[in-house]
Ligand binder design. Structure first.
Ligand code: DGY
Length: 341
């Protein structure tokens, strides 16, 4: 009877699919919190498959503790930076993950963060909650911020993307509706996208879509979305030099992974006005963010707790895909959506 480790209950429908496998023995973390690493290391021994979320670190130690019969790990996430990919590859363990189904939800949330950061929602909310609106009243320039797109002046504006995958492109579609005129992006640049970029610009009614180097991305964008994968290669790619190059009216939105942005540099950037504001769905050190964290007290910073994909429909789709990946991988040797190095 194959033993399956489920590090987090991923919802009724997906759990039912796992439970419907006639000869599987499920070992399920009993709490509504990320599974404890020692519990995972202990229970993973003898497992053929494993369900995890980005709350659990799948380390060399964990896969080593599992034993040779571990064949498939299935994560309910598009990001895989919590998984030691080399440790899996070395042992021939396959990895299922859940891209695509969350693209719209994360793109929607990215726009929300851009608007909230540019339109000063954090200080506006604080004012309301402190009961002082009555004193200030409506002010001609109270809580004003830069227009995200064309607006009444029909100004030209540029949206920038660090990484230009599915979520960036879905975010660009939304930004085009705001009347932005140009798009710049930075990616590792292995594929020549010149023709595709021209076609995309024409389709979205933009004057240009083009790949640039990091300094140009920083200095020309009015809003920048950081949507590269996490991991060593992208650690602090948004650093002091990058932030100092940004426009004083620009907004930085991080819907990707916390460590992409150097937190200390961002604190300085906000305090000293190098940039207009920041919208963060993710933050270095999450989820252990104390109430005293400086970014929580920066008026021009909006922070939400990694809920970019949190629509009911999206999370259910992610959970089902995650369960299907495991079932397919273990029963037919076929993972619907597999991550390969
Ligand atoms: C992911 O899936 O990696 C997102 O960060 C959370 O949905």
């Amino acid at each position: 009877m194959p033993k399956i480790l489920v590090c987090r209950d991923i919802g009724d429908k997906a759990m039912a699919l796992l439970r419907a496998q006639p000869d599987w023995e499920l070992v399920v973390w009993p709490n509504d919190s990320p599974a404890d690493a020692r519990w995972v290391e202990d229970k993973v021994q003898g497992c053929a498959g494993m369900i995890c979320t980005l709350g659990e670190k799948i380390t060399e130690r964990i896969v080593g503790a599992a034993g040779d019969q571990l064949k498939v790990v299935s994560t309910m996430s598009v990001g895989v930076d919590h998984v030691d990919l080399h440790a899996l590859a070395k042992r021939g363990i396959r990895l299922g993950y859940t891209p695509d189904v969350l693209t719209d939800a994360v793109a929607d949330c990215s726009i929300m963060l851009a608007l909230m950061a540019s339109r000063c929602v954090t200080p506006a909310q604080s004012m309301l909650r402190s009961g002082t609106w009555g004193t200030l009243g409506w002010g001609p320039y109270l809580f004003c911020g830069p227009q995200l797109g064309a607006g009444p002046t029909g100004k030209q504006s540029t949206v920038g993307f660090l990484g230009f995958g599915r979520i960036s492109q879905a975010t660009l579609v939304r930004m085009a509706a705001f009347g932005v005129t140009h798009c710049v992006y930075y990616n590792s640049g292995r594929v020549d996208r010149t023709a595709a970029d021209a076609a995309l610009a024409a389709k979205l009614g933009l004057q240009s879509v083009k790949r640039v180097e990091l300094p140009e991305l920083a200095s020309t964008s009015d809003v920048i979305f950081t949507l590269v994968p996490g991991g060593k290669e992208t650690l602090h790619i948004v650093d002091e030099a990058f932030l100092r190059r940004m426009k004083k009216t620009a907004v930085l939105v991080n819907p990707g992974r916390g460590p992409i942005v150097d937190t200390n540099a961002l604190i300085d950037a906000l305090k000293e006005g190098w940039i207009w504001g920041a919208g963060l769905d993710v933050i270095e050190g999450e989820p252990h963010i104390p109430a005293t964290h400086p970014l929580l007290h920066e008026p021009r910073c909006v922070i939400i707790p990694h809920i970019g994909s949190a629509t009911i429909e999206t999370r259910e789709a992610m959970a089902m895909l995650c369960a299907q990946n495991l079932v397919g991988g273990l029963t037919e040797g076929k993972i619907d959506v597999e991550y390969t190095l």
